[in-house]
Design a binder for this molecule. Structure first.
Ligand code: APR
Length: 242
C-alpha cells in the first residue's frame, strides 16, 4: 500500500480513531495532560461502576459538569475536515471516537461510532433505554421511557466493555488505511487497534500533538495540533483521489 496521502494508490476505505486531543482546541480538557481531567479527579472516584455504587452523587456531579461544558463548546477545524473527508471520499470513512462529546456530529459527520458512550445520553438501568439528555442527573429525574429514577450517564467506565467492538473490527478489516488522531494510546482496547490493523496489512498513520505510547506501531506519525495537521492531511487525500 503506497503513501498516506492517497496519491492515486486506491485508498478508498478509511477508519479514523479519535481521542480527547481532537477536541482540545475546542476547549475540552484532555485526560492525561498535566492539567487534564485525571489530574483533577481520581478515576476510581468518578469513572468506575464501583465509584457509582459507592458515591453516585459525586459521579453524577462530575458528568453533569462535563455535560454542561460540552454544550458551550464548538467543533474545530479538525472536526470539520473529517466531516468533509467523509462527504467527499469515494469510499467509506468510519469515525470511531473515544470522545463522549458531540463535536464530530456538530461538524457534520455522520454515523460516528462512540465506543465510550455519549455525554448527551442518559441510560436507564431499569428499562435499558438511552434517552437524549442535556440537563443534570444528580436530582434523580425519572426515566422518560419507564418513569424509574434509574438514570446514569451513558459512559463506558473503566472495567466496562466498550460499545460496538464487532463493527469496529469489521471496518478495520475492510479498511485501506487506519488513522489515529489525538489519543495517547494509554487505554485498551482502542490502543490496540493499530496492531490489529497492521496484522491485517492495513496502512497506519498517527496524527498527534506529541508521540503517543503506540507511536512505534504506526507506519507514519505526524506531530502537531489536530486543528492544523488534520485539515492538511485531509486536503492531501482529496487532492490525490485516484
Ligand atoms: N492536537 C492533537 N493531539 C493533541 C492535542 C491537539 N491539540 N492536544 C493534546 N493532544 C494529544 C496528547 O498529546 C495526547 O497524546 O491527545 C492525547 C490525549 O490523550 P488522553 O488525555 O490520554 O486522552 P485519550 O487518549 O482520548 O484517552 C483515552 O481514556 O480516560 C479514558 O475513556 C477515557 O476516552 C478516554 C480514554
Amino acid at each position: 500500500m503506497g503513501g498516506m496521502n492517497g496519491k492515486s494508490n486506491g485508498i478508498r476505505n478509511i477508519v479514523v480513531l479519535t481521542g480527547a486531543g481532537v477536541s482540545a482546541e475546542s476547549g475540552i480538557d484532555t485526560f492525561r495532560a498535566s492539567d487534564g481531567l485525571w489530574e483533577q479527579h481520581r478515576v476510581e472516584d468518578v469513572a468506575t461502576p464501583e465509584a457509582f455504587e459507592r458515591d453516585p452523587d459525586l459521579v453524577q456531579r462530575f458528568y453533569d459538569m462535563r455535560r454542561e461544558a460540552v454544550q458551550t463548546k464548538d467543533p474545530n477545524p479538525a472536526h470539520f475536515a473529517l466531516a468533509k473527508l467523509q462527504r467527499e471520499l469515494d469510499g467509506n470513512l468510519l469515525i470511531v471516537t473515544q470522545n463522549i462529546d458531540d463535536l464530530h456530529e456538530r461538524a457534520g459527520a455522520e454515523d460516528v461510532l462512540h465506543m465510550h458512550g455519549e455525554i448527551l445520553n442518559a441510560w436507564c438501568t431499569s428499562c435499558d433505554v438511552r434517552s437524549r439528555w442535556t440537563g443534570t442527573l444528580i436530582e434523580r429525574p425519572a426515566c422518560p421511557e419507564c418513569g424509574d429514577a434509574a438514570l446514569r450517564p451513558d459512559i463506558v467506565w473503566f472495567g466496562e466493555m466498550p460499545y460496538r467492538m464487532d463493527e469496529i473490527f469489521d471496518a478495520i478489516r475492510e479498511a485501506d488505511l487506519f488513522v489515529s488522531i489525538g489519543t495517547s494510546g494509554a487505554v485498551y482496547p482502542a490502543a490496540g487497534f493499530v496492531r490489529d490493523a497492521k496484522s491485517l496489512g492495513v496502512a497506519t498513520l498517527e496524527l498527534n500533538l506529541e508521540r503517543s505510547q503506540g507511536s512505534h506501531w504506526f507506519d507514519e506519525s505526524r506531530l502537531g495540533p489536530a486543528g492544523t495537521i488534520v485539515p492538511e492531511w485531509v486536503q492531501e487525500i482529496l487532492d490525490n483521489k485516484g
